[in-house]
Design a protein around this ligand. Structure first.
Ligand SMILES: [Zn+2]
Length: 383
């Protein structure tokens, strides 16, 4: 049996999710604790930090803002500008950028910021996508490493100490910039927060002709370089009450584009718009842990009182974890082509990474699939 949080729709199979004696998950408890946060005090603390890093004579940027072009990064840039900062926005191009993703990056520039975009070698990246997918069941390894390493490299290169990130999955932490002394990032901190997700860069050298010189974008600056610039960072989500839907609404008012319908495997149309491979990344999360983006969103909306749990469970059952035949207009076989992978190979990798205790099997012990290749979970609620 899969056990679900009695308040939201998250299953106990999610990594780092704990259900307490009332069956309520730690994410729901942590949201509950938000009511006790003194947001005024945090907003003042944020202003004090920004004052320390603002460049008075205008000779360099005040901060780096890593931006994907998504709703949260659009909101981040708007916030940073409204706080009077002069940011350098840094984009690490996604692995398979969508047209709508490109449009939203261009929209961020038009908010009135300087912007640099780093696009790692696509041929190397396709190899990394393939290695990630076949070895750890995560096609997005290079992207998720790059979104942390590339802005930190930019901070060193442009001598801008403060990096302003968005949300931090550990809500209770504002980031090292809040420490009055010795707040400089080091490699240990970076590896904890922008983790290498089961594969180390050094493990990749020698595979498929990969050499150290191919992997520069995925490597953090060393501790001496970080210390020379005094690179540090903060998470805006600690200082402001963070709400994805509100961010999306505000971003849209500033030109952020969304597709007409909810995206595959999700219940909303305002996120994960910038990469055709996202559907594969999310699908593997579903295969390994039994929850997808619809579960994440239903839970967020339930905690905020915008959705009841019964309807949330219904949404999850219908929309979560659909086989990624196409995403934002690109069919699966085209998305797999640069990886040198066929759909049949892909399905075999899916089956290898599927948690067989979470999904229904046939009487021969094989995964039961419907005519569209979709799986069924063994149970959809605590009954
Ligand atoms: Zn919960």
């Amino acid at each position: 049996m899969i056990k679900y949080c009695t308040r939201c729709v998250m299953p106990h199979t999610k990594p780092d999710l704990h259900l307490d004696e009332d069956g309520v998950c730690n994410a729901c408890r942590s949201y509950e604790n938000r009511a006790t946060v003194d947001w005024d005090a945090r907003s003042k603390a944020l202003s004090a930090i920004l004052d320390r890093y603002r460049c008075e004579d205008g000779s360099h940027w005040d901060c780096i803002v890593p931006v994907s072009g998504g709703k949260d990064s659009t909101f981040q840039v708007l916030q940073v500008l409204s706080l009077g900062m002069n940011p350098l926005c840094v984009t690490a191009t996604t692995c398979d950028l969508t047209p709508i993703g490109r449009k939203n990056i261009e929209n961020i520039k038009k908010l009135g910021v300087d912007h640099v975009e780093m696009s790692p070698n696509p041929n190397v990246r396709a190899k990394l996508n393939r290695i990630g997918l076949t070895q750890v069941g995560d096609i997005s390894w290079p992207e998720h490493v790059g979104i942390f390493t590339i802005p930190v490299r930019a901070a060193v290169q442009y001598n801008v100490p403060l990096i302003i990130w968005g949300e931090n999955s550990q809500n209770e932490y504002g980031g090292p910039a809040a420490a009055a002394e010795s707040n400089c990032l080091n490699r240990r901190w970076l590896e904890e927060f922008g983790g290498l997700l089961g594969l180390r860069v050094s493990d990749l050298i020698g595979i498929d002709g990969l050499e150290a010189r191919h992997l520069i974008p995925y490597v953090y600056p060393n501790d001496e370089e970080l210390a020379r610039v005094g690179v540090t960072g903060l998470f805006l989500g600690y200082y402001l009450p963070w709400d994805g839907l509100a961010n999306a609404v505000i971003a849209q008012a500033y030109g952020f584009s969304t597709p007409p319908n909810v995206t595959l495997g999700s219940m909303v149309n305002y996120e994960n718009l910038d990469n055709h491979q996202v559907a594969i990344h999310e699908y593997f999360k579903y295969l390994k842990f039994g929850f997808g983006r619809a579960s994440d969103h239903a839970s967020l909306h339930i905690r905020r009182g915008r959705l009841n749990r019964k309807m949330g469970m219904d949404i999850v059952k219908r929309l979560d974890g659909l086989f990624p035949w196409e995403y934002l207009g690109k069919p699966l076989h085209e998305t797999l082509e640069p990886l040198g992978m066929t759909v049949d190979e892909f399905v075999a990798i899916c089956d290898k990474f599927t948690n067989k205790r979470v999904f229904v099997l046939d009487d021969k012990g094989r995964l039961l699939k419907d005519g569209h290749g979709n799986l069924t979970k063994i149970n959809y609620d605590n009954v």
